[in-house]
Ligand binder design. Structure first.
Ligand code: FEO
Length: 395
């Protein structure tokens, strides 16, 4: 079912909740689901801002027909071409063949490549405005938040920012639509996981977008995933600002890959040592158990990342390799890193971790520790110096 809720006079939120899809972008688990939102302006001209993911059998066209009462849909504004927001285009064009598609030069090249559409296009430039009757939108280009063509629309008189993926989150909505209807603490970690894994690679561009948006007065933030922020729009802008600056909680993530529990024992020893020295916000993860997007979300808000792996065929454990590859891919910044591991004969886990750290130019704290076989009290003392060094970095 598509819910339509007035967010302002003549302006509707249209949203669907997806609790079925296992993996967002076929990568990131969705234990709390995700929502897809779009918006309709029912003015002298009728305007749809983005659409929804077409793969759930929701009838967007019928919902729109009911709201605009038999009139034509005049414009379809595409802020971002990723198919979770644009894939309704065929059904829209079948019902409204004269609809004009509003986008920018870059979005039209993707539109052609993805959907083969080249007709009825209205190209806008950064800063252009379009008036639909009582309602006027200004287009603000925010490239790479999350794709290169991304733009936002700003309602010039009501201060509504139709922000696309920006300021969105994972998590299907449970009856609520607005920020003042929820206990946001239930959603914040899913928003951070969405930010860090989906948008975070482009944090520099998010900073540029936020600087650009500081020139306008935002009364409502209306993203295409998650809550509409009408009471405290600055809160979500501020969260994205913090995350895109890699602001941290001065904590530590200890992530380990362990086959027989030896590396896990070292990880726990390091965590115990850090907390005993007064370090707080320490989180320990087994990379073979906890899916990487959750670990990355915690790493995003931590100051220090301690990675440990057993040796596995002369390298690190593949589940640790997968996490490390993602961290490099996401270009995670402003962290201190430390390395540890265990081995049985020739090693390889620590060696491979050090080699990745060097090529990624990570700032390494202390000397790495590698323990032979079963760690006991004596062997674990090799970690004490590393624990001291990490604690000094943080305290
Ligand atoms: Fe929600 Fe970048 O698509």
């Amino acid at each position: 079912m598509i819910h339509s809720i007035n967010i302002s006079e003549d302006i509707y939120f249209l949203g669907v909740n997806d609790r079925r899809t296992e993996l967002f972008e076929n990568i990131h688990p969705l234990p709390m689901g995700v929502s897809y939102n779009c918006y309709l302006i029912n003015d002298t001209k009728t305007v749809l801002l983005d659409s929804i993911n077409s793969s759930f059998g929701h009838d967007l066209v019928t919902t729109i027909e009911g709201l605009i009462e038999g009139r034509d849909l005049d414009y379809f504004v595409i802020h971002h071409l990723e198919p979770d927001h644009s894939s309704e285009i065929d059904s829209l064009l079948r019902r409204y063949p004269n609809i004009k598609i509003v986008g920018n030069k870059k979005s039209f090249s993707i539109l052609k490549a993805y959907f083969g559409k080249e007709d009825n296009l209205v190209e806008v430039e950064d800063g252009d405005t379009m008036c639909f009757g009582k309602h006027t939108l200004k287009f603000i280009f925010t490239p790479w938040v999350h794709w290169p063509e991304t733009m936002m629309s700003y309602h010039t008189t009501e201060g509504i920012l139709f922000s696309g993926d920006a300021f969105g989150m994972f998590g299907a909505l449970s009856g609520e639509v607005f920020d003042d209807q929820v206990d946001f603490s239930l959603y914040e970690s899913e928003m951070r996981r969405y930010y860090s894994n989906v948008i975070g690679k482009y944090s520099g561009m998010v900073q540029k977008a936020i600087a650009k948006l500081s020139e306008i007065k935002i009364d409502i933030v209306a993203p295409i995933h998650g809550l509409v922020w009408r009471t405290d729009p600055q809160k979500v802008v501020s969260l994205y600002d913090r995350w895109s600056r890699f602001e941290n909680n001065n904590g530590v993530v200890v992530a380990y890959g362990s086959m027989y529990g030896f590396t896990a024992a070292v990880a726990d020893y390091i965590a115990l040592g850090l907390v005993a020295k007064g370090v707080r916000n320490v989180r320990v993860f087994d990379v073979s158990k906890t899916q990487s997007s959750f670990i990355i979300s915690d790493i995003w808000q931590s100051r220090c990342v301690v990675l440990g792996s057993c040796a596995y065929n002369g390298s690190m454990l593949p589940t640790m390799e997968a996490l490390v590859n993602k961290l490099v891919h996401l270009n995670v910044k402003n962290k201190s890193w430390a390395i540890f591991g265990s081995y049985s004969w020739n090693g390889g886990g620590v060696r491979r971790l050090k080699s990745v750290a060097e090529s990624a130019s990570w700032e390494i704290v202390g000397d790495s520790v590698e323990i032979l076989g079963q760690p006991d009290k004596e062997k674990l003392k090799a970690c004490d110096e590393l624990i001291d060094q990490i604690a000094k970095t943080l305290l």
